[in-house]
Design a protein around this ligand. Structure first.
Ligand code: SF4
Ligand code: SF4
Length: 420
């Protein structure tokens, strides 16, 4: 084991390989508040990559309803339970001013074992704590869809009063969009005895070399997100490939420019923005929309940072779910992220308009000022909305998109109406 820095945790941690960050990192921000669970993303990946024999139960992208849904079933409950280690690893965060550091520990300091460290503490003969889901757990990709959690029904005030208490709803569920996180410290890669898994230097995409894989399933066991999947037909494991030919600009549609992954480009709810993060997390580029949302504005958070893999898919948390549940899932940055999302700044309003405006990966944005169109107070905070214009650029500097904050509306011409 070596010591590597994990900025999600605000500290160094043990990992089997030396710290080696890619030049750029494949990443995305998902706005959970906008997802309608249409599963278009799920079918986009399915029809692109996993339609063949032996891939029937492979869902590299899935959308599950929290808190009960999961693919494989109960994956996060199970890994959290293992990590909890009968209460010997309480997974606390220190968040006082001295525990925070703008670049090295933006959320605070994690004071618990990661999946790698707990395996060491317990003297396990594996690199991380983990488990292999059984066949039954892989069989139902969308079980518990739209099933809400609630406190006990209050019969005195009646069910209608239950969901009206803000900022948290008592009856709640939300959609969690999931795919491989192309982690900075992949547990799948660390676990593979064949060294068949590698992380690409140019974009940080994590791939399984099918020529080297022998189907030992150590990646399936040790990935805490359960995103490598075993294919009985070939007796090998497969996982999300980050649509790397598109990311390399091989699709003619974007004329050689980097293109977003299929599941991202297909998103109907416009919740996804996919691109590359700057390689140095200590020097984020304030003009890169992903760097800005993740590192500078801190409105988007990693999924289960306490696992220790430094995952690279980031989430704007849902507004109305209980904060304690969200903090377990996204770490201690939840309050700050939700304060910023609920009463958005002028810059955030503009950047959010970039979601799903183009299939080309955007590496830079500019904002042109517009007139004020709205003013209000949200949770005691004054909010002003301006009809600014946000412009998105590809990495070669070409302007790809120009949109205003206020979305245009069209009224159909009366002449076109069919009358009976
Ligand atoms: S999410 Fe799992 S499969 Fe993907 S890189 Fe991380 S550890 Fe590996
Ligand atoms: S396509 Fe977008 S809106 Fe539809 S389920 Fe997927 S992430 Fe949600």
């Amino acid at each position: 084991m070596t010591l590597v820095h994990n900025w999600h945790l605000g500290r160094t941690m043990e990992y089997p390989y030396f710290e080696s960050r890619p030049e750029h990192q494949f990443a995305a921000v998902f706005n959970t508040n906008r997802c309608i669970a249409c599963q278009t993303c799920t079918m986009a990946h399915k029809s692109t990559w996993t339609y063949s024999k032996g891939q029937e139960y492979m869902w590299w992208n899935n959308v599950e309803t929290k808190p009960y849904g999961g693919y494989p079933q109960h994956w996060d409950h199970k890994i959290l339970q293992l990590l909890w280690d009968n209460g010997n690893n309480p997974m606390e965060w220190y968040t006082s001013a001295e525990d925070k550091d703008e670049t090295k520990a933006p959320y605070g300091l994690y004071n618990g074992d990661t999946i790698f460290e707990l395996a060491q503490t317990k003297g396990l003969k594996q690199v991380a704590v983990g488990y292999i889901p059984d066949d039954k757990e892989w069989r139902f990709p969308n079980i518990y869809e739209d099933t809400a959690a609630s406190e006990k029904t209050n019969y005195e005030t009646g069910p209608a009063a239950e969901s009206s208490e803000l900022p948290e709803h008592k009856r709640w569920f939300f959609y969690l969009q999931r795919l491989c996180n192309h982690c900075t410290y992949p547990a799948c890669l660390a676990a593979c005895p064949r060294k068949a898994i590698y992380k690409r230097k140019e974009d940080g995409i994590v791939l399984i070399d099918q020529k080297r894989c022998r189907g030992y399933r150590k990646c399936v066991e040790q990935c805490p997100y359960k995103k490598p999947m075993y294919r009985g037909e070939t007796r090998m494991s497969e996982k999300c490939i980050g649509c790397y030919p598109r990311v390399e600009g091989k699709d003619p549609v974007t004329k050689g420019r980097r293109m977003e992954a299929r599941c991202m480009a297909a998103c109907v709810g416009k919740i996804r923005l996919n691109g590359l993060l700057s390689g140095d997390y200590k020097k984020p580029d304030p003009k890169n929309p992903l760097d800005w949302m993740i590192h500078i504005h801190k409105v988007a958070l990693p999924l289960y940072p306490q696992f220790g893999t430094e995952p690279n898919i980031y989430y704007i948390p849902p507004r109305w779910a209980p904060r304690s549940y969200l903090k377990q899932m996204f770490g201690p940055g939840v309050d700050e992220a939700l304060d910023k999302y609920a009463a958005p700044s002028r810059e955030l309003m503009a950047v959010l308009q970039l979601f799903r405006t183009t299939q080309t990966m955007l590496s830079r944005f500019e904002i042109e000022d517009g007139e004020k169109i709205y003013e209000s107070e949200i949770m005691g905070k004054k909010v002003e909305v301006y009809n600014d214009t946000v412009i998105g650029f590809a990495s070669d500097g070409t302007e790809m998109v120009r949109v205003k904050v206020e979305e245009p509306t069209w009224e159909s011409d009366e002449k076109r109406m069919i009358t009976y």
